[in-house]
Design a protein around this ligand. Structure first.
Ligand code: NAP
Length: 296
C-alpha cells in the first residue's frame, strides 16, 4: 500500500483557519493577541523567517510588531527592548530570532523574556513546565508541530515505541518530553538517540514512529526503517542542484524516495514539519493572550 503522505502544508492551513476563528472571537471581546518578533543583524535567512512570521500574523489577524535592529545593537540595548515588550500590554508573545550576532549572550536574552510571553518555549520556566506536565507552559514550536502532525494524521502514540534521533533543546529533547507525557498525542515509550548512540541503525529500525532532527541530508535510508513505521523528518538541508535555477534544493534528514515505500506514513521536505512550526508560533501567541489575566 502506498504510504500516507502527511502534508504539513494542509494541516497547518487547518490549524491557522481554527486560530483565525479564535482570534475573531477574542477581538470581539476586545482582546487582540499580539506578537513581537525581534531581529538583530542582517542574516538573510533570519530576515526572511522574521518577515514570514510577520506576514502570517497579518494574514490571520494577529497584532504584530517587527523590530529589525542593527548588528551593532549591544546586549544592554537588546535587553531594554525586551523589557519594554515585557511591559507592553498589546504584546502577548516575544520572539528574539536565533541566532543573534556573536556578541549577544542568547541565554541571557531568553532569561530576560517574561515566561508568560515566551512563545518560543525556551525559558527554563517553560522547559520545567513541559517536564512536569503543566499545560500552562509554552512548548517549542517545532516539536509541538510534530506532535500535532501525528495527532492530525491519526497516528496512535500511546504504547508505541517512538525513537527521536537528535537531542537538541530546540527539537529532540522537548519532543521526547511531549511523547512521554500523559494523554492524547503522548503516552509513548521513548528512546532518544544521538551521535554517541551505539548501534544507531538498529535503534532506528526498532521504532514504530521515527522522528529525525539531526541536520544531515538524506541520513536515514530504507534499511534504517522497519516496514510500516511512521517517519517524521524535521531536517532542512540545502544540497547542490544544477537543474534548479537557484543552484540548490531543500532535502530532509530522511531519504524520502528510498524510505517512503516502506513507511506507513511519512512527512515530505519541504511541506512537512516546516509549515507547522510557524503555525504553532501563532497558536502559542493566541494561548499567551488567552492566559493573560489567568496566571497562577
Ligand atoms: P542541532 O542543535 O545541531 O542538533 C542535532 C542533533 O543531532 C544533536 O543532538 C546531535 O547529536 C545529533 N546528530 C548529529 N549528527 C548525528 C549523527 N550522525 N548520528 C546521530 N545523531 C546525530 O540541530 P537542531 O537545531 O535540532 O536541528 C536539526 C535539523 O532540524 C536541522 O536540519 C534544522 O535545520 C532542522 N530544523 C527544522 C525546523 C523546521 O521548522 N522544520 C526547525 C528547527 C530545526 P549530539 O547531541 O550527540 O551532538
Amino acid at each position: 500500500m502506498p504510504p500516507q503522505i502527511i502534508s504539513g502544508t494542509a494541516i497547518a492551513e487547518k490549524v491557522l483557519a481554527e486560530l483565525q476563528a479564535e482570534i475573531t472571537t477574542l477581538k470581539a471581546a476586545g482582546r487582540t493577541p499580539g506578537l513581537a518578533v525581534v531581529l538583530v543583524g542582517d542574516n538573510p535567512a533570519s530576515r526572511s523567517y522574521v518577515r514570514a512570521k510577520d506576514r502570517m500574523c497579518q494574514k490571520i489577524g494577529l497584532h504584530s510588531e517587527k523590530l529589525e535592529l542593527p548588528a551593532t545593537t549591544t546586549q544592554e540595548e537588546l535587553l531594554t527592548v525586551v523589557e519594554r515588550l515585557n511591559n507592553d500590554p498589546a504584546i502577548h508573545g516575544i520572539l528574539v530570532q536565533s541566532p543573534p550576532p556573536k556578541h549577544i549572550d542568547e541565554q541571557a536574552v531568553i532569561l530576560a523574556i517574561n515566561p508568560a510571553k515566551d512563545v518560543d518555549g525556551f525559558h527554563p520556566v517553560n522547559v520545567g513546565k513541559l517536564a512536569i506536565g503543566d499545560p500552562s507552559g509554552f512548548v517549542p514550536c517545532t516539536p509541538l508541530g510534530c506532535q500535532r502532525l501525528l495527532i492530525e494524521a491519526g497516528v496512535e502514540t500511546a504504547g508505541a515505541h517512538v525513537v527521536m534521533l537528535g537531542r537538541s533543546m530546540l527539537v529532540g529533547k522537548p519532543f521526547a518530553l511531549l511523547m512521554m507525557g500523559k494523554g492524547k498525542g503522548g503516552d509513548a515509550t521513548v528512546t532518544v538517540a544521538h551521535s554517541r548512540t551505539r548501534d544507531l541503525r538498529a535503534t532506528m529500525r526498532s521504532a514504530d514512529v521515527l522522528v529525525v532532527a539531526i541536520g544531515k541530508a538524506n541520513f536515514v535510508t530504507a534499511d534504517d526503517v522497519r516496514e510500516g513505521a511512521v517517519v517524521i523528518d524535521v531536517g532542512i538541508n540545502q544540497i547542490d542542484d544544477a537543474t534548479n535555477p537557484c543552484g540548490y534544493r531543500l532535502v530532509g534528514d530522511v531519504d524520502f524516495a528510498g524510505v517512503a515505500p516502506k513507511a506507513a506514513a511519512i512527512t515530505p521536505v519541504p511541506g512537512g514539519v516546516g509549515p507547522m512550526t510557524i503555525a504553532m508560533l501563532m497558536a502559542n501567541t493566541v494561548k499567551a493572550c488567552k492566559l493573560t489575566g489567568h496566571e497562577g
